[in-house]
Design a protein around this ligand. Sequence first.
Ligand code: IPD
Ligand code: CA
Ligand code: CA
Ligand code: CA
Length: 270
Amino acid sequence: MTNLQIFLDIATEAALAGGEVLQSYWGKLEDAITEKGRPGDLVTAADKASEEVVLAVLRRHFPQHSILAEESGKLGNQDNEYLWAIDPLDGTTNYAHQYPDFAVSIGLLINGVPQVGVIYCPFHNELFRAAAGLGATRNRRPIQVSQTTELGKSLLVTGFAYDRRETTDNNYAEFCHFTHLTQGVRRSGSAAMDLAYVACGRLDGYWERGLSPWDMTAGIILVQEAGGKVTAYDGSPIKIESGRILATNSHLHHSMSQELLHIPALSSWQ
Ligand code: IPD
Ligand code: CA
Ligand code: CA
Ligand code: CA
């Protein structure tokens, strides 16, 4: 077995364990929900408990690796060749409202490049997995991006970061623009699910700003291994630390990139 296959299998074990924790807390949070600082930026007992079990699995198998986890922050040297980016509950707002779209997202960066990704959506019983050169799967069956070639026939997805009230760079104009150009733009509330759905062809393209490495590392390798393309908005190689991502079925990449670079002011839609 190759190292990547081993990393993928252990990441799967960790994601399934995290998902089990999320299921056990479902509907039982009561007052175990707090705000992290910004209004609407929630954290729950489930986020923390899921992260604990994910970390335990990864540390047991890979004590030499470093970790970047949403709730625990930086664990170990972040320049380590092997860095796990972990979102123990992507879609916390959904989860807190008992809206069933949420996921555990576990990605492995090797020398800064996403190489392994597992996204587990417990409520939908869907397990998305990918590793560089090994393809992408949903519930162990190969998946591929969609074949849509025209924006006018596409269904896209995006999201709005928690800092949206503090900046004019809030993605509202982009959302309106693509809503006019396409068959629709969804907002799921889980960046990891958005990327998984691009990978399996349910959605044709995704863009977002204000993300963290744990939101997108696993999803990047999933989309790439499913035949899609992932870059910065302008089509240049993605910089994970920029928080911006454009992920498509590859056919729509150029047109989405061109549109993102020439977004009309929001006032033109009012
Ligand atoms: C959030 C979700 C959401 C995205 C936000 C993320 P969280 O992650 O992925 O879809 O729009 O930018 O922060 O806080 O639910 O893990
Ligand atoms: Ca997240
Ligand atoms: Ca999270
Ligand atoms: Ca969060």
